[in-house]
Design a protein around this ligand. Structure first.
Ligand code: CA2
Length: 144
């Protein structure tokens, strides 16, 4: 069975607790439950982690080489400036899909650029939590 890791970055543990107009009312726990249900339907395994710490996210990306067939990552604000996370993604030979809950292009200018996108398979933005399900579906059905 294919195994996928879902990594959520800084502040995403606050989902559903503030800024519902941007991020919705569902919590990180709700997201993880949705992913587990989708994984059962897709006949894959999914493991979710969230961290507010850059190094922990990097360690998780590295570990995924031995533990997973692909990564779904929402790096939070690290998206816009973490060359360390970008290099970690580039260092693993796994398909990586970047997801953003909000449409970053409709928001502040600093959110328009992702330093990680060039080393990912693809990016999904602005579709809320459904973006993670689409990413999981793409990885589950993909050839890699
Ligand atoms: O839209 C996304 O998924 C983001 O990755 C979310 C990040 C933001 O820095 C990116 O530009 C876009 C921030 C996550 C913060 O999440 C919160 C959730 C609830 C309340 C406050 C923040």
């Amino acid at each position: 069975m294919k195994r996928f890791i879902v990594i959520n970055g800084p502040n995403l543990n606050r989902l559903g607790k503030r800024e519902p107009s941007v991020y919705g009312y569902e919590t990180l726990g709700d997201l993880e439950a949705l992913l587990i249900k989708a994984a059962i339907d897709l006949e894959v395994e999914v493991n979710c982690m969230q961290s507010n710490h850059e190094g922990e996210i990097i360690d998780c990306i590295h570990r995924s080489v031995d533990e997973a067939d692909g990564i779904i990552i929402n790096p939070g604000a690290f998206t816009h400036y973490s060359y360390a996370i970008r290099d970690a993604i580039a260092s693993v030979d796994l398909p990586v899909i970047e997801v953003h809950i909000s449409n970053v292009h409709k928001r502040e200018a600093f959110r328009h650029h992702s330093v990680v996108s060039p080393v990912t398979k693809g990016q999904i933005v602005g579709l809320g939590l459904y973006g993670y399900i689409l990413a999981l579906t793409a990885l589950a059905k993909g050839e890699e």
